[in-house]
Design a binder for this molecule. Sequence first.
Ligand code: AHR
Length: 507
Amino acid sequence: MRLLISLAAIAAALMLPVAAHAADAPVQVTLDASKPGAVIDRHLFGQFAEHLGNGIYGGIWVGKESTIPNTRGIRNDVVAALKALKIPNVRWPGGCFADQYNWRRGVGPERKPAVGEPNTFGTDEFMDFAQQIGTEAYISVNLGSSTAQDASEWLEYMTSSTDSALGAERAKNGHPEPYKVPILGLGNESYDCGGPMSADFYIHEMKRFSHFVRNYNAAQPMKRVAVGHDTYTDAVMKAWKDRSWSWDIEALSLHFYATGGWPPHLPSTGFDEKDYAALVKDAIAMDDAIKTYSAIMDKYDPDKKVALAVDEWGAWLAPTPGSNPGALVQQVSQRDAVLAALSINVFARHADRVRMANIAQMINVLQAMILTDKDKMLLTPTYHVFHMYVPFQDATFVPLTFDAGTYTTNGITLPRVDAVAARDKTGKVWIAVTNLDAKSPATFSVSLAGVKATKASGQTLSAPKVDSVNTFDAPNTVVPKALSAQVVGGELTITVAPASVTVLGLE
Ligand code: AHR
């Protein structure tokens, strides 16, 4: 302290500029392209679409007779927006809904409504939607309230040739070609809404489903995802290590929501810097959850054959005032964009084990990409983050070293910045930087060891305030802007706005 005072005094006396405050000092980042890490699986950018609130009805499905432009009942505006995200897979039909879903009521010319579920959007409509947006199907079967026989018949309906009765029924319903089901969920939160089952009971059921619920489409291998949880993970992985020829799993799930405390109570609009920091702090605790699960998985599976699938994640906030609380409607702000980027960065750093993730949820529910209101549609700040990160899909992780520093507000301390890099299949290197500080800009000086580049260009997403949102009246309040910078002497220097996300490609 004494030294600082005397330096400042000397500087003042000599009329020299005083060194910048530590928070304003550039973050020195070193990129070492000679030490590539794991491939950042494109399936880390998966989505989740549940029959809940207006996630499906109104958000995707408007029906063939709707005045809202649609293709076979599926909204054209939503399809066009989702296509641009290159979504690798969509998890459907739930969530908790999956464990009460009767697929039979949702196929064929005569749909049979259930309570609160018209069943007009069923298997064939979901597969049509998946084909229209260019994604793969992640189907969660009903392990909670139905039988292995029923789930097996659903798979037969979807994946068998027309030689089987159910394959022929699918053809009669308009799709002679077997569908592809590359990912199959064996239950959802079976410790809770999908049961509740003890770990041992779940493992008993899961083994039967793994064995009997077969994929008949030989052109498409299928991965099975078992349920993970604090009370399940060790037991499921132990069972997997001791497995017999008759069953297997290829992934284990982890659900991780950022809430700032349960039940969800933080508002999705009109919040302050304290709530911003509280939610972001919760989100980055995902890193600890992944480390905990990975350590257990490593014990039984050191070769990392079983992937960790974070197949529900995102911000879960207080319902929008006036909305049906069960519909999980919330706005999606710049805070959530920062949260999304930080979560993706966590996945990228654990890409050797975490090979699938699904944000909850795609449209109109929780941390959505898209909000709709009748014929209107808007893209949320989280949509823009997913769009900016497209180059990271299937790119190879490139390690960065930097001191993230700290940002403290209202007694909450967070890292000041975050950054990840990856090399895509064409050899181009991409850098994503996040400034968590809600008040101060951040400057990054990136030294590019082993990369020949003269400039970097891409997009940056910032907002007037951390709680800025896009609305149907003002849909472009938070949109990415172009950003480019020169590389001088092997160093890239960029300054980014407070609470912002930036993705740049080196050229
Ligand atoms: O995404 C909303 C719900 O959260 C899902 O249905 C359930 O799996 C989780 O508890």
